[in-house]
Unconditional design. Sequence first.
Length: 156
Amino acid sequence: MMKYSDFLDALGAECVDNRTNGGRFEQDLSHKLAEAGFWVHVLQQNKSGQPADIIAVKGHFHTLIDCKVVSDDKGFPFDRIEENQKFAMRMFHRKCCESCYFSIRLPDESVWMVSLERLENLRGTGRKRLTEREIRTKTWPLDRWLESSDIWSENL
């Protein structure tokens, strides 16, 4: 049986590892967005959390993006979306008429984009999570989303 102190050490290492992976993903995504012509701001982490990780603007298109790393084959559980995120993203959508997105990086390093509205619609069907297969079939690959942003930024 594992000692409690060993358990806490392992848990702490996992939290640091998740934070490190998440921070690395935020930086990688912000660079890709900038290369695609977006103005990008990575929001500073704080104790009470923030509603998103990145603000991205391109032409008339602006959005909030929260980065999520999926590190196992269990997919993306909907309970990883925090209440403050939903509230802030819904408010942003109402005030700015723009969708907010979750950027999901899978274990193979592929990146997928999905709007909060789409996630809420999928959750409304009784799902508790998106499997890796569903992420690949029901969301946008980052490259395709970036191509579409060219159209959105010009036509809004």
